[in-house]
Structure formats: structure tokens, C-alpha cells
Design a protein around this ligand. Sequence first.
Ligand code: NDP
Ligand code: 8X3
Length: 252
Amino acid sequence: MPQTVLITGASSGFGEACARKFAQHGYSLVLFARRLERLETLKNELQSLTSIYIAQLDITDGLAVDEALRGLPEQFKNIDILVNNAGLALGLEPANKSDLDDWQTMVDTNISGLLRITHRILPTMVERNTGHIINIASTAGSWPYPGGNTYGATKAFVKQFTRGLKADLLGTPIRVTDISPGMAETEFSDVRFKHNTQKANAVYKSTEPLMAKDIADIIYWVTSVPAHVNINSLEVMPVSQAWGSLAVSRTD
Ligand code: NDP
Ligand code: 8X3
């Protein structure tokens, strides 16, 4: 029986690339996202390689998460690898000019949604004495930048929560990893700038960002190291990105 990977946010970017990567290696897939038609297209593409179950799911909807996980067909019920990938940034305004609804959506998705899925899946892993949870954080969770306020804070949560899981799971064979990518060209900026294509494209202009496949390859790699090895935390940037100097306000 092949291992089963559940990927949230599989309709684009890292999640979609990750589905392709695990399908190529024969894993069964459970794919969730809000845009069902994207998942259907992906399923059509990959179903010759492996068995795939897709469902429309908004991870901010607690009841829907419960229903989606309860409704998994028997063959897909045992999740071996959970990739908590679904997430988003909204806006890049300074905190005093931000939209409170955007903050709430980021918290509901990047924190509460991730917690909800984890809370449902983790006990089944402990019961089956096997599993690996991979949480997608961000460099924004460690390195603040102007306008990254709530987004960065949600990703700091993801990193610290992952460490907390590792502490709780000591004595079990269950592995937990957080992966913190820097700039990667996906639909991320299109979402952040609310479909302002010009602003989104400017993020990746005249540089070489990470691509979704780079992250998918890394996610696959952390699952493929020997079973006694746990990659706790992995930060990855494109060669073309680095930290800036600390900012100073001056009067002249
Ligand atoms: P994309 O926008 O391409 O993908 C985001 C995915 O999350 C989509 O599949 C989207 O699906 C899903 N999603 C968003 N909200 C929800 C929701 N409420 N319920 C279910 N699914 C949801 O961006 P990325 O692939 O870049 O982002 C993936 C993860 O990587 C995110 O957590 C992001 O914060 C993180 N990240 C991204 C970086 C980057 O530079 N690109 C760098 C570091 C981290 P749908 O809209 O169909 O629901
Ligand atoms: C995405 C990377 O730098 O835009 O998490 O926050 S960044």
C-alpha cells in the first residue's frame, strides 16, 4: 500500500508542485483547496501516476475541515505525510494603515486553519505510530520587513508551533519540520496585492526567485531522509536574495 500525503493549498504554487513531486514517486494524494476546478485539472494530469482524492475545502471553516476529513474514503484515511501549505499574505501596508479584515484572514488561514487540520490528523499519526508533518513557514517569520507585520507574525507562530510539536512528540517516531522559503514566484504576490498584476510582477522583476518546484523538491527530500533523522527547520532563499541592513530614522 503506498503512503498517503495530504497537501493543503494544492491548487497552485508550492502545493501544486508538491502534488506533482509526490505523485511521481508513487504516493497516494489527498489534495485540498478552495478552487476545485484547479484540483480537477491537476487530478486529470496526475491520475495515471497514482490514486488521488480531491476536495474543495476552505481551511478557515472549522465545520468544513471536520467534514472533509471525516469524509475521506477508506483508502485515503491514513495520512502518512501532512503538508500544511495553504496560506497567504494580504497587503503590504504599514500596520497603522492595514485592513483589519486582512489581518484576520491571515490569522484564520495561516494559524487557525493549520491548527485545525493538525489537530485532526496528529492523533491518527500517534495512534498509527507513524507520520511526518511539514509546516510551511517563511523567512518573514524570522526576519521582519516593512509591511510584513501580521503575515510575518503568523509565520513565526508556524515555526514555534512546529518546535512545540517536536517537543510533544518525543518518544514517538513522528517527524515534524518547518520549511521557511524566501522569495518564490507563485501566485503569492498576486494574492497579496489583490490581483494588481503590475505590483505582483514587480516583485520578481529582473531577478531569479525560487520556483515552486524548488520548494517541492525540498519538501520531498525532508521526507526521504532515514526514518531516525528529523529535519527540524529549514530556511531557503534564492541566491539573489539576502537580508537588508537595520533601518535607522534620521532627522536630516
Ligand atoms: P499560492 O498563492 O500560489 O498558493 C497558496 C495556496 O493556498 C493556494 O493553493 C490556495 O488555494 C491555498 N489557500 C489559501 N487560502 C486557503 C484557504 N482558506 N483554504 C484552503 N486553501 C487555501 O502561494 P504559495 O504557493 O507561494 O504559498 C504556499 C505557502 O507558502 C503559503 O503558506 C505561503 O505563505 C508560503 N510561502 C510563500 C512564499 C513565496 O514567496 N511564494 C515564501 C514563503 C512562504 P485556493 O485559493 O484555491 O484555496
Ligand atoms: C513569502 C516571502 O518575503 O514575501 O513568505 O514574506 S516574503
